[in-house]
Design a protein around this ligand. Structure first.
Ligand SMILES: [Zn+2]
Length: 294
């Protein structure tokens, strides 16, 4: 994930969430969310409880559904398929994990950018026309200047090739990774019902279509570890061809050390998973199903 100051420092949240004038239903949900903290303090989630929930049939199904959703949302850029990370916050209620997903605000804009890649003027209008677009413009090296160049005179083939390269880098930075802002977090808290105890933020590392066909997702990044150090419990769910690894990064925060070997890892492997994702070696050489959109 990309780093952003995320909130669950409960005292701060209580003030910022309850101070605003919001509709009653939204306030109820905010109170439910804040209630997770007390429930969790009274009865902390043990590693054994978390492991049982992850490895339960419902837990495995929920995680498989997240990967399927991410795979279906992949885009083609830079000569390959890029599958986005998904993320959000998770709770544990009656032994079951619930992953509430927070949509990344930049992902839809990136998707639209790729649709408009052959029309520099439309691309420029799209990006200057929204806060998210302006953010992408500001944080993608060379994009603004290059689009300006392409819209002042008829673009050359060479300029189009350069644009494709810049777009691929924008996808790598803003689409492949997931990020949540405090504003989005607040909005999502108000939209969902909250029950049980608080697990923490989570995000997935989807399959990577590497040369040689390995579909393994990346291990938690240094940035992930730094977020965990700041926030306490934090789950990174990494795709494997025959299952997944859930990295619970909470021990890093306790030890104050960003060292991956300190993470608790819950591993799941099964032939059913390989069948479901077409990642078993002998049957499907191409591996994963094609993404639903270009
Ligand atoms: Zn990550």
């Amino acid at each position: 994930m990309r780093h952003w100051r995320m909130t669950p420092r409960w005292a701060v949240l209580v003030v910022t969430l309850l101070a605003a004038a919001v509709p009653a239903a939204a306030q109820d949900r905010t109170r439910q969310y804040l209630g997770l903290a007390r429930a969790t303090l009274e009865q902390p989630i043990t590693p054994a409880e978390l492991e049982a929930a992850v490895l339960s049939p419902a837990g495995v199904l929920a995680i498989a559904a997240l990967f399927e959703k991410a795979i279906a949302a992949g885009v083609v850029a830079g000569g390959g398929v890029v599958t986005p990370e998904l993320g959000g916050e998770a709770t544990l209620y009656r032994g079951q994990l619930r992953f509430v997903e927070y949509p990344d605000a930049l992902h839809p804009v990136i998707r639209r950018m790729l649709d408009l890649r052959t029309d520099p003027q439309a691309l420029l209008d799209l990006l200057t026309g929204s806060v998210e677009g302006q953010q992408i413009l500001a944080k993608t090296g060379g994009l603004h200047a290059h689009l300006f160049l392409m819209t002042t005179k008829p673009p050359t083939d060479d300029q189009r090739r350069v644009l494709d390269r810049i777009l691929a880098s924008a996808v790598a930075v803003h689409f492949k990774t997931w990020m949540v802002t405090p504003e989005l977090q607040h909005a999502m808290i108000e939209q969902h019902e909250w029950r049980g105890r608080y697990v923490g933020f989570w995000h997935i590392h989807p399959p990577v279509q590497a040369v040689g066909g390995s579909m393994q997702g990346f291990e938690p990044s240094m940035e992930d570890m730094n977020v965990a150090m700041e926030k306490g419990q934090f789950l990174t769910i990494v795709f494997q061809p025959d299952g997944f690894d859930v990295y619970d990064l909470e021990p890093l925060a306790t030890a104050r050390q960003a060292v991956l070997s300190k993470a608790r890892v819950i591993r799941y492997r099964s032939p059913e998973w390989e069948k479901r994702f077409g990642t078993g070696t002998p049957t499907v050489p191409g591996g994963l199903p094609a993404p639903s959109r270009p």
